[in-house]
Design a protein around this ligand. Structure first.
Ligand SMILES: Nc1ncnc2c1ncn2[C@@H]1O[C@H](COP(=O)(O)OP(=O)(O)OP(=O)(O)O)[C@@H](O)[C@H]1O
Length: 286
């Protein structure tokens, strides 16, 4: 399987923040969820891929080729959606259509119209009168209407109500159906990532903590609650992080099936992405 996007040791140094040797690969036909707390470096990573932010060092490969500096802003095969809408607030939908039609060779007016209708975006209002959710839907319609191969989405579902969010997630799944399209999307709504992502990449303070197959991650990782006496005897290799509460310990277990064999009586709970992130950020290593 080819990688549609690959970052190798990408670094960006700001005064008070460093994107620190970020490496991960997104295979063709896959969706990668990009998670991390506020200020972890998700937007900076996405902007670095697009060369909107100049990387300090490292390599980025798109469609198997190293990216050419300054050539990406209007790349036909890439669409970007940021969490803030930069389209002129004086425009109406027909102006947006006219502008993007002139930018993109592969622009599909029929698709754009179908999407704006599906999203119930009003043709008679200026963008300035659009709600946050409406602006997000407009950006998604633009992104999908120029038939890109790679979608880079920064918080694409924030501000959308649950019904539209569900519809948008289904559209993302439709988008990758032919196995030649891929999506990298950052989100704080981890249930969205659990629902549609094939891979999860977790960034913390500018460093990649893991990039894993989502199903493997969620099925193998487990949460163990134990008394202090049992905690003292734990095999360190099985544990990722632990937290001490008033009367017991919570331990994030790397492979709950292997661990269960070693401790058949242990009760190991399934975890969510939120549990995993919380333990990595707040927990301690053994
Ligand atoms: N132009 C800039 N100059 C200096 N520092 C910056 C600049 N842009 C971003 N940063 C810093 O880089 C860090 C990472 O920011 P970034 O926006 O990438 O985080 P994020 O993971 O997308 O956060 P959020 O989830 O809140 O959107 C922050 O500390 C931010 O202040």
């Amino acid at each position: 399987m080819e990688n549609i996007l690959e970052l190798r040791n990408v670094t960006k140094e700001y005064k008070n923040f460093t994107l620190d040797h970020v490496s991960f690969a997104l295979p063709q036909g896959m969706i990668m969820g990009f998670v991390g707390e506020n200020g972890a470096g998700k937007t900076t990573t996405i902007k670095t891929i697009l060369d909107v932010v100049k990387k300090t060092s490292g390599e980025i490969y798109l469609f198997g080729q190293p990216i050419e500096q300054d050539s990406l802003q209007m790349h036909e095969d890439i669409a970007v959606v940021y969490d803030d809408c930069s389209i002129s607030s004086f425009f109406k939908i027909k102006d947006v259509e006219r502008m993007f039609k002139s930018f993109y060779k592969n622009w599909d007016t029929a698709k754009f119209n179908t999407l704006t209708e599906r999203f119930e975006l009003p043709g008679d209002k200026k963008i300035s009168a659009f709600s946050r959710g409406m602006k997000m839907k407009l950006q998604l319609a633009i992104a999908l209407a120029h038939n890109p191969k790679l979608l880079l989405l920064d918080e694409p579902t924030s501000g959308l109500d649950p019904i539209i969010r569900d519809e948008v997630l289904d559209m993302f799944l439709e988008f990758i159906q032919d196995e030649t399209h891929s999506i990298l999307f950052s989100s704080h709504i981890t249930s969205d990532i659990e629902k549609i992502a094939d891979y999860v990449t977790f960034i913390h303070k500018g460093k990649i903590i893991f990039c894993e197959n989502k199903d493997d991650l969620l099925s193998h990782t487990g949460l163990l609650k134990i008394k202090p006496a049992v905690f003292e005897q734990l095999d360190h290799d099985s544990c990722i992080r632990y937290r001490k509460t008033l009367d017991h310990y919570e331990v994030l277990i790397k492979d709950r099936y292997a661990f269960q064999k070693k401790m058949p009586d242990a009760v190991i709970d399934r975890v969510t992405l939120d549990d995993i992130m919380l333990m990595y950020v707040k927990g301690e290593t053994l």
